[in-house]
Ligand binder design. Structure first.
Ligand SMILES: *Cc1c(COP(=O)(O)O)cnc(C)c1O
Length: 226
């Protein structure tokens, strides 16, 4: 397997290329190394390569890696989160990317010791297999979070369909950006919504061109071990 350092160098060059096209500062983009397919050792390699944001999509995977790595990393929970798992991870995660229902918000509100940075997950494409709120549900949902003192809606997150149809992907990301602007216009104190978590190995350059501030990279950065 290619070293994480080499993969990261390629990705950083690609980020620079995408940023140049749209006049963005590469420093405004944070790379999350998605370590769900790889070992603790490989996750540590990401840290050595200077990538300190790590993402896991399962509670057990997160806990296992957290135990080995701890607060040397910034932890992102990026997968579907069952309410009963909140308690186990809440004091370990820095960001939750998958807030998609009120019952989950209530559990986070109850368990958190301090405000938790959350992304509201949106199913922009309407694909049946994807989690997240429909576009129409996003604004009313965030309105309902107004009184939640332990939830800060830092941004919106989406997973685009796996396809090489570039115009379609671009359209997905653009719609998330437009929704973000509508959330910001609400002026809700705990929903600044300054961030966009979008772009994976297959589509991150397009996502950056459309305004991503967090990209979530598994295969292209740390690879896949099983
Ligand atoms: C697995 C996963 C990723 C990373 O996927 P790659 O295509 O391997 O980069 C990103 N986001 C989420 C939510 C994931 O589950």
């Amino acid at each position: 397997m290619e070293s994480v350092r080499n993969n990261a160098a390629i990705i950083r060059a690609n980020i620079e290329t995408a940023c140049k096209r749209v006049n963005r500062d590469p420093a405004s983009i944070r790379i999350i190394a998605v370590t769900k397919y790889v070992s603790i050792e490989r996750a540590k390699e990401a840290l050595t390569a200077g990538i300190t944001d790590l993402g896991e999509n399962r509670d057990d995977g997160l806990l296992q890696k957290y135990e080995a790595i701890g607060q040397k990393a910034t932890w992102h929970f990026i997968g579907t989160l069952q309410s009963r798992k909140v308690k186990a991870i809440i004091d370990k995660v820095d960001y939750i990317h998958s807030l998609d229902r009120l019952s989950l918000a209530r559990e986070i509100e109850k368990r958190a010791l301090q405000p938790v940075r959350c992304f509201v997950q949106v199913n922009v494409s309407g694909e049946a297999t994807k989690h997240g709120l429909s576009k129409d549900e996003v604004l009313p949902f965030i309105e309902q979070l107004r009184s939640f003192s332990n939830i800060e809606v830092v941004g919106l997150m989406t997973m685009a369909p796996y396809t090489d149809d570039e115009p379609f992907l671009r359209q997905c990301f653009r719609q998330l950006k437009l929704l973000q602007q509508r959330v910001q216009a609400l002026g809700i104190p705990n929903a600044p919504c300054t961030e966009l978590s979008m772009g994976m190995s297959n589509d991150y350059m397009i996502a950056i061109e459309e305004g991503a501030t967090f990209i979530r990279l598994g295969t292209s950065l740390v690879g896949k071990e099983q």
